[in-house]
Design a protein around this ligand. Structure first.
Ligand code: G3P
Ligand code: CA
Length: 388
């Protein structure tokens, strides 16, 4: 037994990279990191829409609970960097977060000058449930890589399980046979405790353990052995760690673990990692990761991906619909193969300002009927108040 795992990790992490070519466990996944966040404000409908249009396999949500325990997609534990407001995310209710502008900061970033768009001003925060409903409505085969950024004393995992249970999305895959790719939703965290809590709550949501570098001897041993506790399905070291440790992917694969890595925009590095056999790569540049995976010929087929070529931007009718962690939202059901189908559609709401980028809004006749009913009720109410 090695008595110096930290030393082993140090040697591994500082070793020169060597060309490695090994197969992945399955199709290599293009994962949109905070959406297509290189080109549009991260974790907004603008960034997710663009990632869908760029034909990715998975959308990421960094998940934090609002004050009223609604999971929202945001990376930082404060709103300071990505909004015009300030304060801890969990000090605001969802209604308060919805008043904030999560797009203008992007337009103020000179480094992003090539991608500025006036439409981003006023972009809204995205509740996790709306991300699910929006993009499953566009593509029932879409998958979601959800990171618990702050477990809120274990509440985040519980709330997530409650929502997925209510929505029929808790058990959509075939984790019994080790297929982490089969599930609509997957959980990732730097905190092994979050993954363990999730596994205690449900055996059906696949987990991925994120690392920059092992933070203790136990984690160094996991990396050296290519294995860890049962509650970890996939390992997700950052790209620098994998590029410096060319046999790491093979060690994890030998023990039945998928490997996802982050966050890679450089095409040459993406190529090296794909050659190593990683099973998924997070990238801010959704078009670049898509192109490189496709060039390798090792990704999902177009049919399996299932993304539409055109769709209504800004998720009209769904965006702005959630009011609490009780929804309202759609209910889905597994299909028996990968993906889900809509079982019960929640009523749509009137499209709100600043969710969409101005492209066509497409709604069904039933949805317009609901809206027409709401408008009539409001009109009659106003007439009554005026004594008509
Ligand atoms: O989840 C993968 C990667 O996103 C981890 O880093 O800080 O961007 O969440 P971060
Ligand atoms: Ca993340």
């Amino acid at each position: 037994m090695n008595k110096h795992p930290a030393l082993v990790a140090l040697v591994i992490l500082s070793a020169p990279a060597a060309a490695q070519v090994a197969p992945a466990n399955g199709p290599q996944l293009a994962i949109a990191h905070r959406g297509a966040s290189y080109y549009a404000p991260e974790h907004t409908f603008f960034a997710y829409d663009l990632a869908m249009a760029m034909d990715v396999d998975m959308l990421e949500c960094d998940l934090i609970l609002s004050k009223d325990e609604v999971p929202v997609c945001i990376h930082d534990t404060t709103v300071d960097r990505t909004s015009e407001s300030s304060g801890a995310v969990d000090s605001f209710t969802l209604a308060e977060l919805r008043q904030m502008d999560f797009g203008s900061w992007f337009n103020a970033d000179a480094a992003k000058a090539d991608y500025h768009d006036p439409a981003y001003a006023g972009a809204k925060i995205v509740p996790f449930e709306e991300q699910l409903d929006c993009y499953l409505r566009h593509n029932p085969r879409m998958r979601f890589h959800v990171e618990t950024k702050d477990s809120a004393g274990g509440r985040a995992e519980q709330v997530m399980v409650d929502i997925l249970t209510r929505k029929g999305l808790l058990a959509t895959g075939d984790l019994d046979n080790g297929n982490v790719q089969s599930s609509t939703v997957m959980l990732q965290s730097f905190d092994p405790g979050s993954l363990e809590r999730m596994r205690q709550l449900t055996p059906t949501i696949p987990t991925a353990f994120l690392t920059s570098a092992p933070t203790n001897e136990e984690q160094a041993q996991w990396q050296a052995n290519g294995d860890g506790p049962d509650y970890i399905d996939a390992f997700a070291p950052n790209s620098a760690a994998l590029l410096a440790d060319p046999t790491a992917v093979q060690r994890f694969h030998a023990n039945g673990h998928d490997v996802h890595t982050w966050t890679v925009d450089d095409p040459n590095q993406i190529d090296l990692l794909l050659d190593m056999g990683v099973d998924g790569i997070f990238s801010n540049q959704a078009d670049v990761i898509r192109a490189r995976v496709d060039a390798h010929g090792t990704g999902t087929t177009k049919e399996d991906r299932g993304n539409p070529t055109d769709f209504a931007r800004g998720c009209p009718g769904v965006a702005g619909r959630v009011t609490s962690n009780q929804g309202p939202g759609d209910v889905w059901e597994p299909t028996g193969t990968r993906g889900v189908k809509l079982k019960k559609a929640a009523a749509l709401v009137a499209p709100a300002q600043n969710y969409a980028s101005g492209s066509g809004v497409v709604m069904g006749a039933l949805d317009w009927g609901v809206l027409a009913g709401l408008l009539c009720a409001a009109l009659f109410g106003a007439m009554n108040r005026r004594g008509h």
